[in-house]
Design a protein around this ligand. Sequence first.
Ligand code: NAP
Length: 488
Amino acid sequence: MTDDRSDVAAATTREAVAAVAAASATWAAGPYADRARVIRAIADALDSAADDLITTAREETRLPEARLAGELKRTTFQLRLFADVAEDGAFLDVRIDRPDADWPMGAPRPDLRRMLVPIGPVLVFAASNFPFAFSVAGGDTAAALAAGNAVLVKAHSGHPRLSDATAAVISSAARSAGAPDDLVRVIHGTENGVAALRDPAIKAASFTGSIAGGRALFDIANARPEPIPFYGELGSVNPAFVAPTAASRRADEIAQGYLGSITGSRGQLCTKPGLLLVPAESPVLATLRDAEVPDSAPLLNDRIQQGFVEGLTSMSEHHAVSVLRGGSDSIADPPGTTLLFTTVDEVLNDPDALITEVFGPAGLVVSYEDPEKLPELARVLDGQLTATIVADEDAAGDIALARTLVPILTEKAGRILWNQWPTGVSVTHAQQHGGPYPATTAPTTTAVGTASITRFLRPVSFQNFPGALLPDALRDGNPLGFPQQIDG
Ligand code: NAP
């Protein structure tokens, strides 16, 4: 980019941040019912524009129509769910402590009233692999809006036209529903994303993508004169542990389920179970090798294709790795489905090389002779989004193994599954899509589900305030009818 063009881009980014900051202040001050109404209007407008949006998404992402239609449905469902949350008011976590002269800490308790307030303008780095659900109108945008913040989206370079088209639908619907202008704005360009992240008006940022990119942006967010929360969802291998009895009784079902999970969306899912532990000589291995898999299809974009080829090549070249299934098309464009193979002892010898995410239709199958090795392997894992146990409840050996694994996996992962596969993340109240680093940079929060609203809120306590100056949610008599936790 020439200096002139980068000056223009920087000015455009500054203007976009300022506009979003102005909208954020107005939006935060408005009634909660208005937030819900506007968010529902946005969802309705996106549904109405589905045909055009899906056509553009197909052109830019190479994802099939059915997958995109399902994803858009999930996205508008997600928006409506957050509208319900905004209206219900429980997300404010209102706590009221009435004054108590005999408070046992040894000094009287003052009147204290605590609630969560909007954190301020939010910057969202959109993901490549979910052009709707983790992009301009995605989960972080929905959560930030419901929390009372306007949103600046750094569009992913993999779907720039779709990003603009989605933003246009949102803006028009939001304006018609009475929202401030610039409630959601989009910017493009890697450097502009960085400039926006450095802008003092931005108060929180979220990200879905690579470990390298997420870590670089996390470091920038923390190096600001005013550091801000940076909710990065980065990389995860999502190990799946198959216990001996389940493997012997349900080999076909397990192998088919696994193959379905690693080939769905061509393996381009952050929850793809990239590491499968199975007993040596298990019949699961034969089905994994021979079962039908979907035809090859192109990956999202050239960058993802290149990353897949590099990751798979590097792992295949490891001296302890052989090929269980796959051939010359493994690293073709589009790539076939590949399963690499090694043993648990080899993984324990070189975990850094072998426990690593390969984003695309591939997995590493790891055999074990001794189930005692599974907890050993679980202990060397880095932070994960998910960990899966496949076991039979009526088999004492499987249950004993699971009892050992669960506490270790609870330390390592954000979601632990029993006899289900981790792809297909449901948008619900109890969902947890996060985990210790490098799964995320913020293990205390989730990227999916209504609990993600806390990412974009900040607690404030009001001490000894007259009722007339308190926010409505904290007043005596509870004029909003929101849940209040009252002590005293
Ligand atoms: P990415 O390269 O990390 O890019 C994600 C976003 O961050 C893009 O907007 C990108 O900008 C920006 N970005 C990346 N590095 C940056 C840097 N150093 N400075 C400033 N901005 C930066 O992720 P991707 O393109 O989606 O996919 C690449 C790899 O990420 C995949 O192969 C996969 O391994 C991983 N991935 C993980 C998940 C997950 O859910 N954890 C999801 C998707 C991908 P530009 O678009 O302008 O380059």
